[in-house]
Design a protein around this ligand. Structure first.
Ligand code: P6P
Length: 279
């Protein structure tokens, strides 16, 4: 697995430079979800595929930018599912974006995830590896990721990151979000899953929600390369990750681009979600 982490670190340095200096215009292509791809989306996907092609332990890869699974090494052990540049539409307004990776063995279910990694491209480039714990690194001037600390969530936090179109929320969800704000929580939502979830982890706790809505009954965020990697990370930090009722890592996609409603947070906030969605 170490070689996969090293390949991700090399990709992150190359993606950082692409974000800073390359064209942020749109291509005339669409991804599997129907999003028009930025030239950067395609370039970052190619960077990661190039680096993974050098890692013999990777059997196949799944990318947000590709319709189907891509085979790499027939004798490899792992499936790596990734979103090369999550929130890329935020780049042209100079907000933080990220890359997300899930490393699986023996299948594509949440139960098959062995580790996850995410990278935040912000004022600083930071990388977090979820394996035995949640390990936080920061890029230095020499292009090396230097370990900072292990991340731990408090039992209860102060941040509320309510995603999706509010006019499409179920009444019980709106009532819950309003009650959380009435308890003094601070709104922290940029529209970028990676920086939004990273902030809650670094600030010690809170809740990020992307629920089922009338316009997206199965949610928006993809199981394999967005939801499961962060669910694994939040659990390693001592928090929880659910779909409203079930633990997210107990779910299995039927298609590699399947989505699910998702809630990530400290234990106290997730308890509020469970009580709300049990109604
Ligand atoms: P909304 C970015 O497009 C993304 O996939 C995630 O990074 C982010 O959490 C979500 O969509 C934002 O969606 O509907 O709240 O704008």
């Amino acid at each position: 697995m170490t070689q996969i982490f090293e390949a991700i670190k090399k990709s992150a340095v190359r993606i950082k430079e692409a974000i800073e200096y390359d064209d942020t215009g749109y291509s005339d292509l669409q991804n599997a979800t129907g999003d028009t791809q930025l030239k950067l989306d395609i370039k970052c996907d190619l960077i990661i595929e190039e680096e993974f092609a050098k890692v013999a332990s990777i059997k196949e890869i799944v990318s947000e930018e590709k319709e189907e699974i891509t085979p790499l090494h027939v004798d490899g052990k792992y499936l790596v599912a990734y979103d090369p540049l999550d929130g890329s539409s935020l780049i042209d307004v100079n907000l933080s974006v990220g890359s997300i990776f899930g490393i699986y063995e023996g299948g594509q279910a949440g139960a098959n995830i062995l580790a996850s990694v995410y990278v935040v491209y912000g004022p600083r480039v930071e990388l977090v590896i979820a394996s035995d714990a949640l390990h936080f690194y920061r890029l230095n001037k020499k292009g090396e990721f230097i370990f900072q600390k292990d991340i731990h969530l408090a039992q209860k936090g102060k941040l509320n990151a309510p995603g999706s179109t509010q006019s499409c929320w179920e009444p019980k969800h709106k009532k819950m979000i309003d009650a959380i704000f009435n308890d003094g929580y601070r709104l922290r939502y940029s529209g970028g899953m990676v920086p939004d979830l990273h902030q809650i982890l670094l600030k010690g706790g809170g809740i990020f929600s992307y629920p089922a809505t009338s316009d997206l009954p199965k949610g928006k965020l993809r199981m394999l390369f967005e939801v499961f990697p962060f669910a694994f990370a939040y659990e390693k930090a001592g928090g929880k990750a659910i779909d409203g009722k079930n633990r997210l890592l107990d779910l299995s996609p039927t298609h590699i681009h399947d989505t699910t409603p998702c809630f990530f947070g400290s234990n106290a906030e997730i308890q509020r979600v469970l009580e709300t969605y049990a109604q």
